[in-house]
Design a protein around this ligand. Structure first.
Ligand SMILES: [Zn+2]
Length: 139
């Protein structure tokens, strides 16, 4: 028999998995629009190749304004399997502002990548073990 435990709270009931994710992964950020409790984080990243082609003068300004003294004059890129990317924006939205934020993110240029971090699924269950007696729950 598989052992399935529904976990609603961590740390002796002090916070839910969603609250823990918001505290650790989103560093306690609040809704960009209203300052409410974070529900999703939307990040837009753009390929460096496209930005070099479309607006090289903006990249020069970004490189000159890099706040990290060790990397002054460099564009802060994110290495991905699609090539180096530049984070264009990051928006935190509460549950009420999330639909508007998602609609706004969908209106960006088609060559940008939109990543929506919704955190752990509140309806999800945590499977902690399998004794081999039944079909593996992962298959
Ligand atoms: Zn909000």
């Amino acid at each position: 028999m598989s052992k399935v435990i529904h976990t609603r709270r961590f740390a002796d009931g002090k916070e839910t998995p969603q609250e823990m994710h918001a505290r650790i992964a989103w560093a306690g950020k609040r809704c960009t629009k209203c300052g409410g409790k974070p529900h999703i984080v939307i990040r837009v990243i753009a390929p460096l190749v496209e930005l070099q082609r479309l607006c090289p003068e903006v990249l020069i300004a970004i490189a000159a304004g890099n706040p990290d003294p060790a990397h002054r004059g460099e564009v802060p890129v994110i290495p991905t399997i699609y090539g180096p990317m530049l984070r264009v924006s990051e928006v935190v939205a509460c549950q009420l502002c999330a639909p508007d934020a998602e609609k706004a993110a969908a209106k960006g240029p088609s060559w940008c990548i939109v990543e929506i971090d919704r955190g752990p699924d509140p309806k999800g269950r945590v499977v902690v073990g399998w004794d081999g007696g039944e079909t593996c729950p992962r298959k």
